[in-house]
Design a protein around this ligand. Structure first.
Ligand code: GLA
Length: 651
């Protein structure tokens, strides 16, 4: 199978005078753009009064874009309910942890708990899909926009509590079963009716962790069902078109794998620079990567979202220049917009779509760049995107991404569990996964992400950075796997109901490796421990006391086991990072029989079919080590902030 590559752009006809649409559409085609995404915030213009639709402007916009030859992706407009809807149905509004209403005036002002909102959403989606579903140039749909943006998954109002109670009733049937599951005997928390249950916030002391985990599960389920509800309407009225959603990076508040079940493929919005500020990098790293981003920041998410559905993905929004929402918003270093675009293709993207065609010099996002400046002149990022368009014209197709040899098991619930009771405040799931990803990619390998319970067949090495709750399905997949598998600290440390397993951590994983975690220590920054054996160097943040009859593969300063293995199954009871982690990751790759290429920290490789891509995030040129590569893009020495692509003659 071959796909893409193609470019897209986000466009808002409602922001511009109609006289400009045809000119913009023609310019997009001339630019080399194939897809244009429109509509996702325009409910107020589509339905200015309750039940009174005004499709005339959208009809004309679609006609104009279609006549220019563009393929159209329609966004359902449910991320921004109009004022009349809020006034008529204030029950749709979300509430913050203090119970205050989060009101009208920006976007995402709804809670998925509200049945009213489901009804209203179904109504607008149905009308929109009935009107445009069979338009020949409407080729796909984006549902809503960035579920969870601005912390909008969890909500704490009356609708939410009612919805949570309904969900609990379905799950536990009786209050007694709920009391048992949540261990409500502790601190006299027992309830005699589901109506006694509130949102697990606003308590004097810490609220029950079991309740907090279920609260998150409830919202995760609710949003997945809400997305599936919209998808079903679109599939009925717009057959043959794709359905996707634009996910966010570094965001875990719902189970994306579950939501992706109703999508044809996942899309995500790539803002590499903004995310360098929000990820817990050190100040030195933030400064180092301020204008390029970290070389694993986008790549990790490309690999994560490629694994959600369909072995493909889109970047629905690509940062084209400075954004407006970081603490600081530098302009990308010259070359980076092009590099990020090609990096997405290298990792399997079918389309890269830039946000947005033209900077809108008013309202909230006036400081957010686009491919063009507010005065219509092309921006520096726009020039780079145009170069990408010219380059991809030479590739009529890119090969499909093949399965990698290395997989990382990624679990959204793990992130919730660690947030609920961190035990050590810097035991951060994003950082843990990022560290493993970086260590492995520094060795030049490609990586897939898989959900717990998914088949691991075909992988030589599987890393489970941590998996606190090991479901029966996950355990079965681990048992069926015959490659090398490593479980990180805190794996198997919680039951489904957020309790310590009766047989001690790692709970069910003891069926794979005979060990018990007797005690755990979290360590403040500055406290470290030495390690020797198969893991050698230093660790910090977290160390476990392991009881086992197996010979340890690595020990700490006191000679106590830190890494235990039984054949090809390993358990690591400590947090390691930096060089220590890199050496260990490398040794696992070598043991798994994989070719290792030691890369400098600013160089990354990625294969797609028979193509090899190399990306230089650094300030020095990098000579490609292979002799005489058959170059498709670039030169044998890759300049800073540039890339090369060649055909792998060995494959
Ligand atoms: C998000 C949203 C867009 C826009 C951009 C700005 O990704 O989906 O509507 O606000 O951020 O960076």
């Amino acid at each position: 199978m071959t796909t893409g590559p193609a470019l897209g752009v986000c466009y808002y006809p409602e922001h511009w005078p109609e006289a400009r649409w045809a000119e913009d559409a023609a310019a997009m085609r001339e630019f080399g753009i194939r897809y244009v995404r429109i509509g996702e915030f325009a409910w107020g213009r589509m339905e200015p009064e309750p039940g009174i639709h005004d499709w005339s402007w959208l009809d004309r916009a679609i006609r104009t874009l279609a006549e220019a030859g563009l393929d159209i992706v329609l966004g359902t407009p449910t991320a921004s309910p109009p004022k009349w809807l809020v006034d008529r149905h204030p029950d749709i509004l979300p509430h913050d942890e203090k119970g205050h209403v989060r009101g009208f005036g920006s976007r995402r002002h709804y809670t998925a708990s509200s049945d009213t909102y489901w009804r209203e959403s179904a109504r607008i989606v149905e009308s929109m899909a009935a009107r445009y579903g069979d338009h020949p140039k409407v080729v796909g749909w984006q549902i809503d926009n960035e579920f969870g943006d601005n912390d909008s998954i969890l909500s704490y109002g009356p609708e939410d509590i009612a919805g949570f109670r309904r969900w609990l009733r379905g799950r536990y049937q009786t209050p007694e079963a709920l009391n048992e599951a949540w261990s409500n005997v502790f601190w006299s928390m027992e309830v005699s009716s589901f109506d006694d249950v509130g949102a697990p916030v606003g308590t004097v002391g810490e609220a029950n962790p079991s309740a907090r985990l279920d609260y998150r599960r409830y919202f995760s389920d609710r949003f997945a069902e809400y997305c599936a509800m919209q998808a079903a309407i679109i599939r009925r009225l717009s057959p043959g078109r794709f359905v996707t959603h634009n996910f966010m990076s570094l965001f875990h508040d719902f189970d994306h794998f579950k939501m992706a079940e109703s999508l044809d493929f996942a899309s995500w919005d790539s803002y590499p620079l903004g995310k360098v500020e929000s990820f817990p990098f050190s100040d030195d790293e933030r400064i180092r990567w301020a204008r390029t981003s970290h070389p694993d920041m986008s790549a990790l998410h490309h690999d994560l979202f490629r694994g959600m559905a369909g072995n493909s993905f889109w970047v629905m929004e690509q940062q084209p220049g400075p954004v407006n929402w970081g603490k600081w918003n530098p302009a990308p270093a010259p070359g980076m917009v092009r590099l990020w675009s090609w990096e997405a293709f290298a990792h399997g993207a079918e389309t890269v779509s830039y946000f947005r065609w033209r900077q809108f010099g008013v309202a909230q996002e006036q400081m957010h760049s686009g491919l063009h400046r507010p005065d219509g002149q092309i921006s520096p990022g726009g020039r780079e995107a145009r170069r990408v368009a010219q380059e991809i014209a030479d590739f009529c197709a890119l090969p499909a991404s093949q399965q990698a040899k290395v997989a990382i098991v990624f679990d959204y619930e793990a992130s919730w569990i660690l947030k609920i009771q961190p035990q050590g405040q810097d035991f951060n799931y994003s950082v843990l996964v990022h560290n493993w990803y970086e260590a492995l990619r520094r060795c030049g390998v490609d990586i897939d992400f898989v959900a717990p319970g998914a088949s691991l067949a075909g992988y030589a090495l599987v890393i489970v950075p941590t998996l606190p709750h090991v479901s029966p399905a996950a355990l079965a997949a681990f048992q069926a796997f015959d490659g090398i598998i490593l479980f990180g600290p805190r794996s198997g440390s919680k039951t489904r109901h957020y309790a310590i397993p009766e047989n001690q951590p790692p709970g069910p994983l003891q069926e794979l490796i005979a060990l018990k975690v007797a005690e755990v220590s979290s360590l403040r920054p500055g406290l470290a421990f030495g390690l020797s054996g198969a893991v050698s160097g230093t660790g910090g943040r977290w160390i476990e006391t392991i009881e086992t009859a197996l010979a340890p593969a690595a020990v700490d300063d006191a000679g106590e086991p830190v890494l235990v293995r039984d054949g090809r199954r390993l358990y690591l009871g400590a947090w390691i990072e930096g060089e220590t982690l890199r050496r260990f990751a490398r040794s696992l790759l070598v043991e798994a029989g994989l070719d290792v290429i030691d890369l400098p920290d600013h160089i990354r490789l990625r294969r797609r079919g028979d193509l090899v891509f190399a990306f230089n995030y650094g300030t020095e040129p990098w000579p490609i080590p292979a002799a005489g590569p058959a170059l498709r893009i670039g030169a044998a020495e890759i300049p800073p902030r540039d890339l090369a692509c060649w055909t792998d003659q060995l494959s």
